[in-house]
Ligand binder design. Sequence first.
Ligand SMILES: [Zn+2]
Length: 71
Amino acid sequence: MPLYEFRCQECRTAFEELVAASQGTEKVVCPQCGSKMVKKIISAGSFRIAGSGGAIPSGALSGCSSKSGFS
Ligand SMILES: [Zn+2]
């Protein structure tokens, strides 16, 4: 069973829940307030790396075309 991350839209509580594929995420309720207004969070490390913006080396952006202007 995959472990999903959820965040309650009511009380902003983040929690993890094991959800079976047949069960679906519709029945997941917030353990804090019992609200059904929970949103599944896609927790992938690649998203955080891409979102940081600092992973791209400067050499990749400054190609031959930009360097030709200085020569
Ligand atoms: Zn809640």
